[in-house]
Design a protein. Structure first.
Length: 209
């Protein structure tokens, strides 16, 4: 009986998250409420609070859920050893967003979120700086490469990671939100070729080539 109750609670939790994603996209995170989420799936507001203590916790849970799904989809890929590997990781992530309906919905919702606003500012560290988030994947890869002498020591890794992230977001958004007929694959490759001029040390020689 306990196992059944736990399973039912998990199903309810997933229903809440699905409803929240739909509402955050339709109304915006700032305007959607727990009452809206509860009404969408026929629950009381208290039932939603039982699973999530705040709307921020609900959004973070959605972010972690999507990060886990992407991690499973990308399982086995190794991108920490080179800029080319990082590029391939971002290419794969872009493909996931473009081709998967749930990933597209999540991406669109996140693009509507204003993390610079005062009320959302506490969310910034929880989402952007999450260990499983795309920014930290870029940052940690560049940091590791710099420590091994494969990225220019004068490069500010935080700035470089931010530039690569914003470029990736812009290219994917142009495709997902606006239907731009951009060759996303070649555009991401080009962005890395342009970044490479600043990132790779002039005296670096890759002995594996």
């Amino acid at each position: 009986m306990a196992r059944r109750t736990k399973a039912e609670a998990e199903r309810t939790r997933l229903r809440i998250m699905k409803a929240a994603l739909d509402l955050f996209l339709a109304k915006g995170y700032e305007r959607a409420t727990f009452v809206d989420v509860a009404a969408r799936i026929g629950l009381s507001k208290g039932a939603v609070y039982w699973h999530f203590k705040s709307k921020a916790d609900l959004l973070v849970a959605l972010t972690e859920q999507m990060a886990e799904k992407h991690a499973k989809a990308l399982e086995g890929m190794c991108y920490a050893d080179s800029l080319e590997g990082l590029r391939d990781d971002l290419l794969a992530r872009a493909e996931l967003v473009v081709k998967n309906a749930e990933s597209r919905k999540f991406f669109k919702m996140m693009m509507l979120l204003d993390l610079s606003s005062r009320q959302n500012r506490p969310l910034k560290d929880r989402i952007i700086l999450s260990d499983r988030g795309i920014y930290m994947a870029i940052f940690k890869t560049l940091q590791g490469l710099q420590e091994r002498g494969r990225v220019n020591p004068d490069v500010n890794i935080k700035v470089a990671a931010t530039v690569l992230l914003i470029t990736w977001l812009g290219l994917v958004r142009a495709r997902v939100d606006h239907g731009t007929e951009v060759d996303l694959h070649n555009a991401i490759i080009l962005s890395f070729e342009m970044a490479g001029a600043a990132l790779i040390p002039t005296d670096f020689t890759d002995s594996s080539r």
